[in-house]
Write a protein that binds this ligand. Structure first.
Ligand code: R5P
Length: 296
């Protein structure tokens, strides 16, 4: 799929990210008006010519239930106005964690969400989706997909900023990110184990980390949602006498104000700009642009 993309519409995503993509891929930033009528319905008006053009929609899909309908209405409008191919760039891809029926009667919503997006877009590019039981996105997405990995830019940030780091993954699911980052930053790492007791309750194994007492612990995870995984791990590390922790998440969701407690208890809270937040210190725009170019 070697396509020359022409114009990018940014639906609520990070402004710096949109600028990086437009600069790297020589895209024009498209103008549109999207707002709510007093009754809550969406109004959409595309202010740029899109007829026969290939369009990129950069969408922040944090809190997807509020954002998906406006996104689909924008895409319908673009198609109606004659856009050719429409690429969804969703730096954070939601609905990836319900990847099996954990209890009888549950919906496997990752699959339904994938089917919905696949029916609207020509292709999808994202950053480190939560691939746990699925091995790749093509298991659920019916369109071409490309994944950018944040490990190189996280590794660069750690190597530049953190003094004498040891990387810590809170659970086996984080192992893939932690090992990749540790390898690229050339620093030691360890992975703990986590038992999830509920949406807001996790239990982390008591780690044996005495050998790292003189290092700066850096917790790395793909998603920070309720923050309990990070907070619980930090509590263990504090009890063992390690210095204050640097928390790094690829995607900072920070449900229910979790960021406040994390900022208070950590040495620093850092995320990639896949979701706009004051903790964004790592720009993944360059890597995303490469993935868009590599879309096969
Ligand atoms: C799931 O296993 C992910 O890798 C994260 O560890 C998880 O989403 C973090 O969630 P929370 O911040 O709610 O503990």
């Amino acid at each position: 799929m070697t396509i020359r993309w022409n114009v990018l519409f940014n639906l609520h995503s990070d402004k710096e990210l949109a600028l990086t993509l437009c600069g790297s891929l020589d895209l024009r930033e498209g103008q549109f008006d999207m707002r709510h009528f007093p009754d809550g319905e969406s109004y959409v008006r595309v202010l740029d010519e899109v007829k026969d053009l290939n369009v990129v929609v950069l969408a922040d899909l944090y809190q997807p239930d509020h954002r998906i309908l406006p996104l689909l209405l924008l895409v319908e409008t673009l198609r109606d106005l004659g856009a050719k191919e429409i690429l969804l760039v969703a730096p954070y891809l939601p609905y990836m964690r319900q990847d099996k029926r954990f209890h009888g009667g549950e919906g496997v919503t990752s699959r339904y969400f994938a089917q919905l997006l696949s029916s609207y877009f020509s292709a999808l590019v994202t950053v480190d989706p939560h691939l746990h039981r699925y091995h790749n996105l093509s298991e659920i997405y019916g369109i071409p997909t490309q994944v950018a990995h944040a490990a190189p830019v996280i590794a660069e940030w750690i190597a530049t900023i953190v003094d004498n780091p040891v990387l810590i993954g809170p659970d086996s699911e984080s192992e893939q990110w932690v090992t990749a980052v540790a390898k690229q930053a050339g620093v030691p790492f360890t992975v703990l184990s986590k038992t999830r007791r509920g949406d807001r309750e996790v239990e982390i194994s008591v780690p044996h980390l005495e050998q790292w007492l003189n290092h700066t612990p850096v917790l790395v995870d793909d998603i920070i949602s309720s923050g309990h995984t990070m907070l619980e791990t930090m509590a263990h590390l504090n009890r063992l006498g390690l210095p204050k922790v640097v928390c790094i998440g690829v995607h900072g969701i920070f449900a229910e104000g979790a960021d406040m407690e994390l900022i208070e208890k950590s040495a620093r809270l850092v995320t990639c700009n896949t979701i706009s937040h004051p903790s964004n210190a790592i720009n993944i725009g360059g890597l995303l642009a490469t993935s868009i170019r590599e879309l096969a």
